[in-house]
Design a protein around this ligand. Sequence first.
Ligand code: PEP
Ligand code: MG
Length: 579
Amino acid sequence: MLVLHGTGVSSGIAIGKAYVLHRERPEVPEYALPANLIEEEVERFTSAIDSARNQLGRIRDHIPKSAPPEISSIIDTHLLILHDKMICEAPADTIRKSGCNAEWALKIQSDELAAVFEQMDDAYLRSKKTDVGQVVDRILRNLLMSTDEEHEQITDALDGQIVVANDLTPADIVLLKHTRIAAFVTNLGGPISHTAILARSLEIPAIVAVHNATRGIRNGEELIVDGKLGVLIVAPEHAIIAEYQRRQKDIIQLKRELTAIKVSRSETRDGHAITLCANIELPDDVKAATKVAAQGIGLYRTEFLYMNRPDLPDEEEQYRAYAKVVKAISGKPVTIRTLDLGNDKRVDGGNRGNDMVTVNPALGLRAVRLCLHDTSLFRPQLRAILRASALGQVRIMIPMLSSLGEMFRVLDLIEETKVELTRQGQPFNPALQVGGMIEVPAAAVSADLFAPHLDFFSIGTNDLIQYTLAIDRVDEAVNYLYDPLHPSVLRLISTTIRAGKAAGIPVAMCGEMAGDTRYTRLLLGLGLDEFSMHPSALLEIKRIVRDSNLAELGQFAQSVLNSRDTTELHALVDRMNEH
Ligand code: PEP
Ligand code: MG
């Protein structure tokens, strides 16, 4: 028995036989050509490109209607790459200039592009290196006259098997989609690789970045995949298989229970209604939110509209995005957070917030500070949000508030925008609710001062924990100190909830803590009214809410707050969770 570790990117347990796809990058030959054969070589290269375009076109035409939209968009990206001059023209120039063969010219170009991608700061853009590599491999295979046919025929035999590959291309994905694969394991890839995206949308367990998986595993070998923990067990013993079969059954049972409560009310056993909302980053994410019957959008991170592009979205583009969300959620509340740029959320658009904050970006000109510093960035967004408020239940939420002055300034700007829109005859909801994120300790400590002026609070624990404990949330070296149960964090959460209640405004939480089942009962006990989280966590949280007694939890939560030592505190939280 052998246990390998990788990155679990799609949860679930699979037990089955390995199907190892041996398809490493083709060997690239290098040779020089006599001058009279150069144009012929360029033609050979061009026809390999044409074949690749035709192959991808055919694959795109065969995408099943039920396939997730990500698949066709990935294939479209590959087609775009094939049309890019860097891929379809630059190698031809190299063949002409240096007289080398087409494969080598393509390799030179692809190495150069890979180096450029490697330097990129943005993880998303860096991941595009894989797409370029996959397109290059396809052209190479065409040049070397090897096709995908062999692989295309094998896929019928994959039912119930665990596919082990170096990496999977979107084309593989379309082909594999027709079969019932039990799980994927790849040598390469990360959480946002194609394998990960596909596996999650098809709900197939998957582990990526298991180094040398294709070398260490033989065809037909028994495997266990734990897609949540990223654990791969090769040739497991009987007792281990039995244990994982039991876990598999539990997961299936849990899934059934979760599906069953989708339409049930979100209320505790003693009848307290708790609002469960979804966090989204792009308008398309609403689909995932409605799939789990979210009661609204508790956090729409609008800054994603500003990323991966050279320009800034104007008021019209923002309005269209917000309108899409408001319409898609049909009448339920949408909490649009104003721009939270700066710090780890960098943008290309106008380079705002990047250059100005260099030394200590988490404490710098980010979020509402940046918006107030540069109102030409802020005003179009306020206009767009207000205009979208005419279409449904829109709420506006201000991130990173740390002083009352900032809050009043934003409230003034909103009022000014309303006057402007009225003058222009543009419709909006005059009673639009304005809430504040409580994510800076200063705001939590003085939440009672903010509460009378706002319509709701939403606690952003990701930042609140970072600032309270002085731990950079993106620094792996201090990750171990990141503790939502730190007494200081719990006190700030409790202070915020009490201040909200005293002022008669609802208090929500939209940081990761809200979607973590370990803390649900404690937060209920502290009096939280609304939880907003990644849609994938919502039904599990709902199950806990429906299984809780608020009166009991309130007493437990008080003991947790009064607890004088960490071990006792953790034991109390464990006991709450056992209840
Ligand atoms: C938070 O800080 O908890 C939060 C929800 O906002 P973000 O993660 O976008 O900073
Ligand atoms: Mg935050």
